[in-house]
Unconditional design. Structure first.
Length: 72
């Protein structure tokens, strides 16, 4: 059996993403933001202080997910 040709394969990265694909990505991000905002709105005040959040590490310059009270 011959391997499929390059044109028949699904390539995840294309030069020009279609408008439909961009609309799907925007819709996904909008839904995730909506779900996250609903989650945060449902928290009690004492739970909001200890919620996980993204913090920039000044040493490694990478973003890390941390929970609990952060030093101010």
């Amino acid at each position: 059996m011959a391997p499929p040709t390059l044109g028949a394969m699904n390539t995840p990265l294309q030069d020009r993403p279609t408008r439909k694909r961009l609309d799907r990505v925007r819709r996904y991000i909008a839904v995730q933001n909506w779900l996250w905002s609903r989650h945060l709105a449902a928290l009690q005040p004492w739970e909001q202080d200890t919620e996980m959040c993204w913090v920039r590490n000044p040493i490694t310059r990478r973003w890390e997910l941390r929970g609990g009270l952060l030093p101010r």
